[in-house]
Design a protein around this ligand. Structure first.
Ligand code: MN3
Length: 203
C-alpha cells in the first residue's frame, strides 16, 4: 500500500448534532476505506505509486477511470476530514478574511455563493474553495470524485476548503433536505486548517 487511509482525527460522534455518528462511521470506514483500497489496487503493477497525488492528478487524463475515481475519492475525503472540527471556530487570520472580502464582497456573500453552488450540484460531487497561483480565491464544483487538482476539470487550483455533496454524506440524517446539510456544514468548519492551507501558498 503506498497510499494509506489516514486517521479520522476525531470520534465518529464528535460532530453531533450536525453530522451523526452513524453517517461518519459509514462514510469513513465504508466509503473512504474502500476508495483507499481500490486506489492502491488500481496503482498495482504501475510506475505511478511513487508519484504524489498532486503530480498524479495533474496528468489524470492519461490514466484509467479506476485511478481517477478512486484516487479522487481517496484524496478528497482525506482533505475533507481535516476541514471538519468538533470545536466551533471562526476565521482568525486577517489575510484570509481580507482575501474572502476582496473576492466575494463579504463573508456572508462567500458563504451564500458556496452554499448555492453546493445545492445546485446535480447528482454526486463536491464544492470547493480553491486558491489560484496569484492567490485569487474561487468557488468551483466537480462531478463524482474529480477535484480541482485534476487536468480534466475546467477550473484548476489548490483546494483549501471542500464539502462532500454526495448523498452518502448526509442522507441517513437529512434525507432529501440537502440544504439543511449544507447549512449545518458552516458549524463544523476547521478554519484553522483552511488558514494553514491558504498560508502555505500565500507566501
Ligand atoms: Mn463521501
Amino acid at each position: 500500500m503506498s497510499f494509506i487511509l489516514p486517521e479520522l482525527g476525531f470520534k465518529f460522534d464528535a460532530l453531533e448534532p450536525h453530522i451523526d455518528a452513524r453517517t461518519m462511521e459509514i462514510h469513513y470506514s465504508g466509503y473512504h476505506a474502500k476508495y483507499a483500497q481500490k486506489f492502491n489496487e488500481a496503482l498495482e503493477n504501475t510506475e505511478l505509486n511513487t508519484k504524489t497525488e498532486k503530480d498524479l492528478f495533474g496528468e489524470i487524463s492519461k490514466h484509467n477511470d479506476d485511478i481517477r475515481n478512486n484516487g479522487g475519492g481517496f484524496y478528497n475525503h482525506k482533505l475533507f476530514w481535516t476541514l471538519l472540527s468538533p470545536e466551533p471556530q471562526r476565521i482568525r487570520d486577517r489575510k484570509l478574511s481580507d482575501s474572502i472580502n476582496k473576492y466575494f464582497g463579504s463573508f456572508n456573500e462567500f458563504k451564500n455563493e458556496f452554499s448555492s453552488m453546493a445545492a445546485e450540484i446535480n447528482g454526486s460531487g463536491w464544492v470547493w474553495l480553491i486558491q489560484m497561483n496569484d492567490n485569487e480565491l474561487v468557488i468551483t464544483t466537480t462531478p463524482n470524485q474529480d477535484n480541482p487538482l485534476m487536468d480534466v476539470v475546467l477550473i484548476r487550483g489548490t483546494p483549501i476548503l471542500c464539502l462532500d455533496v454526495w448523498e452518502h454524506a448526509y442522507y441517513l440524517k437529512f434525507q432529501n433536505r440537502k440544504t439543511e446539510y449544507i447549512d449545518t456544514f458552516w458549524n463544523i468548519i476547521n478554519w484553522k486548517k483552511v488558514e494553514e492551507l491558504y498560508n502555505q501558498l500565500n507566501v
